[in-house]
Ligand binder design. Structure first.
Ligand SMILES: Cc1cc2nc3c(=O)[nH]c(=O)nc-3n(C[C@H](O)[C@H](O)[C@H](O)COP(=O)(O)O)c2cc1C
Length: 341
């Protein structure tokens, strides 16, 4: 490497900021080994879902008490055990196997909804050698009687209870749909979070209009999705002790440069790795290194956050001015006619 790309994320010393994000890429040990060969800095496992744990507990309960109907109803909308790549027990075993095979940090991921459902698993993950945890908070705020504050409080309570039960650092993977993200992130930090990951992607189901049913719809990301992350990284950088990670839309060295400039301590890649293979991380790393050398950056520390709000005088005014300028721009008017947003 031509430059010093070392970074620190969740207290982990990483040789560079490129991490393979949560996805099924962790399910095959050969592929994980390949990640080490290509110099991946760390790996986030795919999530263990609370429903997955419940399903196993309910299955055991059903076996003992014979409540087949309750079990069937409770789980009928969720994939069956066989549809999960790894069962809860296998998940813990997989962490152990990966830990034994590779030297880079392994971050386990939990996707839960209630505090009680999965704090024990957080401890188990720590027990089998996970270096850190990522809590993938996935809320569907559908009941109209639940105010935003109740939803945020529930999330903060989950983070607090997990952080109180484990000794390893905990990151929280967020959705972008919070009314006041800076305030919410502050609450997460007070609850013990060591990092936040911006952002999860929602897999919005499509509709099959002939069969009258919803269709799960998985689309890999494009670089355009990075823009939402850049904005929020830039707003949040420099305000907290906790680390920021970028997840979503990093496909090229330039994308990585932008995420780091905005304030990310590390960059998680999934879609681009699924599309091009694990070797793509090394390609992006070389591009990042060459870009930094060409622009005379000696170390990553000089780059991280250099374009964040903390380093921009009066950022709100600049953003508002740009917004107004864009919408009143003559070229926009010519192309789309008068715009009234
Ligand atoms: C096939 C697939 C499986 C994923 N599984 C998980 C998961 O288990 N937990 C999680 O937090 N995110 C999961 N994600 C989301 C990714 O970790 C990542 O946040 C998202 O894909 C955006 O990053 P990208 O643009 O690099 O793909 C998954 C994504 C894909 C494409």
């Amino acid at each position: 490497m031509k430059t010093d790309l070392r970074t620190r994320y969740l207290g982990l010393e990483l040789p560079h900021p490129l991490v393979v994000g949560a996805s099924p890429l962790c399910d095959h040990l050969d592929r994980v080994r390949e990640m080490e060969d290509h110099g991946v800095a760390a790996l986030v496992m795919h999530s263990l879902f609370e429903e997955q744990i419940l399903q196993e507990q309910l299955a055991a309960d059903t076996f003992v008490h014979g409540h087949e109907e309750t079990f069937a109803e409770a789980t009928s909308y969720f994939p069956g055990g066989a549809d999960f790549a790894l069962t809860a027990e296998n998940y813990l075993g997989q962490i152990e196997k990966i830990r034994a095979r590779v030297s880079f940090p392994v971050i386990a991921s939990l996707n839960g909804r209630t505090p009680s459902g999965w704090v024990d698993y957080a401890r188990d993950m720590e027990g089998v050698g996970a270096d850190a945890l990522e809590l993938n908070l996935y809320f569907q705020p559908t009941p109209e009687e639940r105010p935003a504050d109740a939803i945020e409080k529930e999330a903060v309570d989950i983070v607090r209870s997990v952080c109180a039960r484990v000794g390893i650092p905990v990151a929280v993977k967020l959705s972008p749909y919070f009314s006041s993200l800076p305030h919410f992130v502050r609450r997460l930090e007070e609850a013990g979070a060591a990092g936040v990951v911006l952002f999860n992607r929602f897999y919005q189901p499509d509709i099959d209009i002939e069969e009258w049913r919803t269709q799960p719809h998985l689309q890999l990301s494009e670089s355009a999705e990075l823009l939402l992350r850049l904005r929020w990284l830039a707003i949040l950088h420099g305000r907290y002790e906790l680390d920021l990670a970028c997840s979503g839309g990093v496909h090229t060295g330039e994308d990585a440069v932008k995420a780091l400039m905005s304030g990310a301590a590390c960059v998680q890649m999934v879609s681009s790795v699924l599309r091009h293979g694990v070797g793509h991380v090394a390609t992006v790393l070389t591009a990042l290194d060459e870009w930094m050398a060409a622009h005379e950056y000696g170390s990553l520390a000089e780059l991280v956050g250099s374009m964040s709000y903390a380093n921009t005088p009066n950022p709100e005014a600049v953003e508002r001015a740009n917004y107004v300028r864009l919408l009143t721009d003559a070229q926009v008017q010519d192309r789309f006619g008068p715009v009234a947003w």
